[in-house]
Design a protein around this ligand. Sequence first.
Ligand code: ATP
Length: 430
Amino acid sequence: DAEASGKVCTRFDLEKETELRFEVEAGDGSEQVELELITGLAEVFGSELNRNKKYTFGPGSKIAVFTWQGCTVNLYGKPEVAYVSKDTPMLLYLNTHAALEQMRKQAERDNERGPRVMVVGPTDVGKSTVCRLLLSYAVRVGRRPTLVELDVGQSGVSVPGTVSALCIERPADVEEGFSVQAPLVYHFGSTTPGTNIKLYNKLTSCLAEVFSQRCEVNRKASVGGCIINTCGWVKGSGYQALVHCASTFQVDVVLVLDHERLYNELKRDLPHFVRVVLLPKSGGVVERSKECRRETRDEKIREYFYGFRGLSFFPFSFEVRFSDVRIYKIGAPSIPDSCLPLGMSQDDTQLKLVPVTPGRDLTYHVLSVSSVDDGDEDARKSIVESPVCGFIVVTHVDTQTQVMKVLSPAPRPLPRHTLLIMDIRFMDMK
Ligand code: ATP
């Protein structure tokens, strides 16, 4: 039927412990490549393929089909590149999983908690992929690990500009990744931690606390442990943020991908009981341009409103009166220490809620809907550290009538009226 649909079919015979890497051209959305396992066993980033099922990958996909035992696969369509590699770090990654699994077994036996793992490294070394792999392997042996997503630029869980946690209950779907149901999401507001490092560290601590509380009441979560995906910023304050994360989560294992200096620094700066491990990156990881990263972010926001593949959402568009909502930005612009009011520190300004007067410049901004309403002073204080319940985008602002039009996943009214503004903008081209 591949010929009937006019698609070229290419067959690949893979020897054991090799992988087929292919990329689908990024573009206007028409490019697609289908993958079918014909004989043997194979997996995509830790998720097993079913035989004789066609998996579809859209524009911009970069995929590796790995086999432990050997297999034959067909590709239908025209990938931008497709080649077989014998040189992969998969065995090292599998050993890492085996070591973590030993730690979980021991935790189970000794009534302790399972491994808390932080994955670090510069951009484009495959951090997210290693996280996905380790989580899928863990869940395949019956564990319930938690994914902690601290990459505010390329979140695998929610829209960009957020940090989050997600309980993993089944392996990632080969085409769509992990099923994202009921994640815990916090507003950060920008795509790099550097815009407000105090806030970033604060939110890391919030996630650590919530995770620890969950571990206290849920034995499976505690034994499963967590895998923390981090940002690719590994110098200066970015490095400090990694050290902070390791301490607040009390991590047991740090996996450093392809960065010897970072490995040595962390070995020096973290307590001796933390196991710091240097792992090579896969030669298959593809470097992504700034443009490509921007597109991925845009796509993530589009998915939030419109759904993905088989699952379409139909967002709503309605008007919101300025007087019905309160919009805040977190963090005042930093001012020299000498100009701060007496008794106030830079910390206070970076975590401060600054009211935003709605104007035309709000157009296209993504706003987080806080789960807290700012009824009184106490409530207002907790907004920064509280999760969000969703996101809207401002599509039009009318200052005359004091009304803005928003794109929202749910019909009116908004569930809460405290909104937090992001630096991130989204133009709805649909
Ligand atoms: P960032 O710092 O930007 O978040 P990262 O270090 O987390 O990047 P990944 O997102 O894991 O990197 O990987 C980058 C891209 O490379 C992804 O599109 C992923 O699908 C692809 N990729 C990862 N491993 C392989 C492989 N072995 N073969 C082919 N493609 C791969």
